[in-house]
Design a protein around this ligand. Sequence first.
Ligand SMILES: [Zn+2]
Length: 617
Amino acid sequence: MRKLNLLLLFWIVFSFRLGAGGLTYQFSLDLNRVVDGKLLVTLSPPLVETDEVIYYIPKIVPGTYEIYDFGRFVSGFKAIDESGKELEVIQLDVNSWKIKQSKHLFQITYLVAPSWHSKSGVPVVFEPAGTNIEAGKNFVLNNHGFFGYLEGKKSLAYQISITHPDRFYGSTSLTDIQSQGNTDTYQVANFVKLADAPIMYNIPDTTTIHIGEASVLISAYSPNHQVTAAFIAKGITEILKAQQAYLGGTLPIRKYAFIFYFTDKVTESGNSGALEHNRSSFYVLPEMKADYLLQTLRDVAAHEFFHIVTPLSIHSEEIADFDFMVPHMSEHLWLYEGMTEYSAGLVQVKYGIIDLNTYVEMMRDKLVAASKFKDTLSFTEMSRHVVEKNYHDQYNNVYQKGALIGMCLDMKLRKLSGGSYGIQEMLRDLSKTYGPEKAFNDKELFDVITKLTYPEIGDFFKKYVIGGAPLPYKEVFGWAGITYEARQTAKTITLGNFELGYDTLLKHFTVAGITQLDQFGKKMGYQVNDEIVTLNGKELTLENAKEVINAYWGSARPGDELRMDILRKGRRGKYKRKVLRASVLAIEKVELNTLSAMPPDLLAAEQKEFRKAWINQ
Ligand SMILES: [Zn+2]
């Protein structure tokens, strides 16, 4: 028989659990205890051998290209020793705390306020990168917003214990999890991996789909139950399968998580969208009837999922060894965001999810959107300096001109290779050369790609990506039998060119602005805030607007009458029904960046072949 000293055993277990003096970070968080909208973070830190140490909360995180200062959401920072005595702490800046006598550091505690709806000043954190604390409803743990690291110890392991309300579930791509009662404990290899894996807690609506050997979790939080995980799964399975085929039949991952938060409020940033991670992506999208969201879901999910290629499998040293405090930006945003965005559209047309005309419209939207940015700015220079003031407003062009750079590069490669080699093959080759664990040198990438392909591709990079020359749209679209016109005047039928709005309360389209009214619009006599009830006798709703308006454009001829029934507020604020009518005029309009695909029977043999090789149409 052997007796164990109960107190000693308790002490061993207890100190092991707290891990003071260990080699891991041990964090805990209790989602049941929200106080003033904040959560208390408790840390048993790893052993510190120095007299002073700095604790950091990230200033910037991968994929955002913006300084967010997550430290600004932290308050009440305390460090204590083994006896419970407070150690001196000096806050060095918004994101760092210097702890004195840190050899005795036993525990750190602080409160975290959510970045969502925080009114904490600019820049507002883009919601998919932020944190949400909605007691009893939903918690978005972008871990970089709650947890930090000690100077020089970013690569130690983390153990995160999260206690959650009954029936809640944590959706994440993390796999090493132990659950006991309402507490989940996650083991993560280091801070980079922790910051890369958001967790969303709520009463779950999840489903899992299998794409090849990868199991893909889909988790949806839709407060009014408008969108379900099952709907999303159905909507994106086809595209994920196409992406698998596009990537050569196998995916470079085994587990992936799509985590969606649908909001019924306007976000503080005014934006919606997603942030990519190695094994997951996190979405904040407006909550609406699921059918309206379908194409948006597809486009954005395809984009985020393709990030498993760039930058996750093909990236520079700046990204591999990400510095959360001092951002060093890579010059290759054309690759990380531009190529990803381009590939997300390409895969849809190539595998028959959208047709040629929809694809041409998609690229035209990009041409139009890109024209609002500085076309002559070097893309590599913008990329390197993107967090700086003078360049930041150009960032969104990565989704527009960035994608168009990808398209021109793809077409150029197809042309030079007689159709057999495009960016699909190029990215595959680059993934083989590099990979998740092997980064490229920022300065060498263009040379590597040029060696892999053709000398002309080196010239392409010099001229259009490093230099600021306008992309050769007319030439490349011409190869595929698509006519590009930089500027065109044409006589078209209009509704009068008022600014279209929507009144969510009365559920009518509205006249939101009349500063750009054309001659016909003036004849109609629109006024701001007119609520449009019918168009040529047909009720105009969110569901049928596109169809009704397209039918009008397609059939109306000059001299026909357009009749609109509207509601207009009188002097006393009451709505009165009125009829606006005028005979239709053909208005001369300047259209910029137009595209039109020639029908197949008008294509030259060469164009036909090229179109087939490029987009399989
Ligand atoms: Zn992206």
